[in-house]
Design a protein around this ligand. Sequence first.
Ligand code: C5P
Length: 314
Amino acid sequence: MAGTPFYICGTENYSKPVQPFTLPSFAKINLGLRVAGKRDDGFHDLFTVFQTVTLADRITFEEADEIVLSCSDPRVPVDGSNLIVKAAEALQGRFGTEKGAKVFLEKNIPSPGGLGGGSSNAAVALLGLCRLWEIKADVEKLLPIAGQLGSDVPYFLYGGTATGMGRGTEIEPIDEFECDSLVIVTPDISVSTRDAFAGLGAASLTKDESNRILLNYRFEAVNADFRTAELVNDFEKTVFAAYPEITAVKQKLLELGARTASLSGSGASVFGIFDKQETRQTAMKALGNVSNWRSFAVATVSRDQYRGALGWVP
Ligand code: C5P
């Protein structure tokens, strides 16, 4: 686990009562995702490179007696099944507080979509509620809670460019990939992550076999230049076969001049990397004419920008 421990939310700077505040909850894409094999616990061992992008939800936190969540999108559940509520309850349990919170989620990230929207919300809820409840926690303390909430949640305690190994929860920041001309396209299709993993029919591997494969993937990734590298996502084969429309999204992005395009997570979102802003602009215009596809012009967010936006105290 790389990185010096840093406090997410020192209490020193906050006077009581804590004023309502709003934090961004960024989306991620996967600059490659390789699945090694099945584990004994039913999960899969994988290697991925996570990258934060500028597409973001916004979460507002306010003091309250109970945990109450509301959302701008009526399709998003706001009961105990929402990861924000689960994060709040987990934090209450871990730090023995009975404080509540009024939380408002402005939803902009398509969900589900392979962009980590729910996982990002969960991690930002942990950070935001630590601040609201004046809990002094560092990343090391929050990581186990994050891992219980979901395989992608620990990554969102770091942000920027980082690898994820094992279940996806072992995070290592790597050299930043910078790009200001990305396009994400999300067709109106809901891919179940669980089914996508099951569809791979991955072999059951011993820990040693799995580690050997993952370390190879890691070696390739840390030496890759993502500006020129071909991106590999092991879900593409089965997800594209099951949903031809997602294949069409990738083809469209390539036709419109993307240097490369790839499925993000288990989809349905596909992102394209463009070399020039002008080509990206023309592509965005053309994509605007396709109904049922949501298109986003985004840029990468570095680790420092991520921490800065979330107001972490180093
Ligand atoms: O951890 P998360 O809730 O995001 O995972 C959703 C589902 O995806 C899991 O229930 C599991 O079926 C599958 N999964 C997996 N291996 C992983 C991550 C997720 O099989 N590394």
